[in-house]
Design a binder for this molecule. Structure first.
Ligand SMILES: Nc1ncnc2c1ncn2[C@@H]1O[C@H](COP(=O)(O)OP(=O)(O)O[C@H]2O[C@H](CO)[C@@H](O)[C@H](O)[C@H]2O)[C@@H](O)[C@H]1O
Length: 256
């Protein structure tokens, strides 16, 4: 049975992705110094003059990224993802060590986020976004249906790379059999979740659930713009939201 989630969250992924991901995670988690050959990040010291003195700031060179707020028209829900994040686990582990507590369970580092990806290939940003929607969430969305929301900076204190946010709507006709959940070959095991629009703000403000600031902003922006009609009408009235019936959740709206 899918795990019960708070705030009306329902899994759209067949099976129980979190249980599967936990089974795939072996015992042991180590942190070692990073060499200089990471294709993802390069820690560096930035030296610059300020007020006649040389100053230093430690920075992490990284890729720009895209993220997308997905709204499911038939479910009147946002589609978000949840996955094991080693960086989150590393932080929790450090916190536990400092406090003299035993290591936290891996489960604590499964983080709620928008569907997102790095801009690390020679495709346009919106094409990368389209590809991530398919790979992570299992929906095929036409490029022209993906609109830009705005650009923020990821971790201005250390990374400073742009994060470009998009908005797109999906429905069951866009679900692609066998797509979604990420690429196991890349170590991805991504759970796809539907979050009712109705309870999205409670979810955003629930500090007990680990989530990204991009998700917090994106869902809040989309919630209010959906309510005021700027993003087109809401398809389903919340009282009759089919998301509330298990039956529909496990039917064709799902990526297989
Ligand atoms: N630091 C890392 N170390 C090792 N392998 C890595 C890595 N980052 C990415 N990868 C590999 O690259 C694959 C593709 O990554 P994606 O572009 O889908 O970004 P992801 O959603 O993982 O998060 C990424 O993009 C989101 C988008 O904003 C950022 O928030 C997040 O920090 C970033 O990891 C991952 O599955 C993994 O195999």
């Amino acid at each position: 049975m899918p795990e019960a989630y708070p705030h009306g969250l329902k899994t759209l992924t067949p099976g129980n992705t979190i249980v599967e991901a936990l089974q795939l995670l072996g015992p042991g988690f180590r942190l070692v110094p990073l060499g200089d050959n990471s294709p993802y990040i390069k820690p560096k010291a930035a030296l610059y003059d300020f007020n006649g003195k040389e100053r230093r700031w430690d920075v992490v060179e990284s890729h720009a990224s895209v993220g997308v707020v997905l709204y499911h028209r038939e479910l009147d829900a946002f589609v978000i993802v949840r996955q094991f994040r080693p960086a989150v686990y590393a932080s929790l582990l450090r916190e536990a060590e400092v406090a003299g507590r035993s290591p936290p369970p891996f489960k604590a580092a499964f983080t709620y986020e928008l569907c997102a990806g790095l801009i690390d290939k020679s495709k346009s940003n919106v094409e990368i976004c389209q590809e991530e929607i398919l790979e992570e969430c299992g929906f095929s969305v036409p490029l022209e249906a993906i609109r830009e929301v705005g650009v923020g900076i990821a971790s201005a204190g250390t990374q400073g790379a742009p994060h470009i946010m998009y908005y797109a709507e999906v429905d069951s006709s866009m679900a692609v059999d066998g797509a979604g959940g990420g690429l196991l070959a890349h170590g991805e095991c991504i759970e796809v979740l539907a979050l009712p629009l109705e309870s999205s703000q409670e979810f955003v403000l629930d500090g007990s659930l680990p989530k990204s600031p991009g998700l917090m902003f994106g869902l809040t922006w989309a919630y209010f713009n959906k309510l005021n009609g700027s993003l087109g009408p809401r398809a389903a009235a919340s009282a009759s939201n089919p998301l509330l019936t298990e039956e529909l959740v496990l039917k064709p709206v799902l990526p297989a």
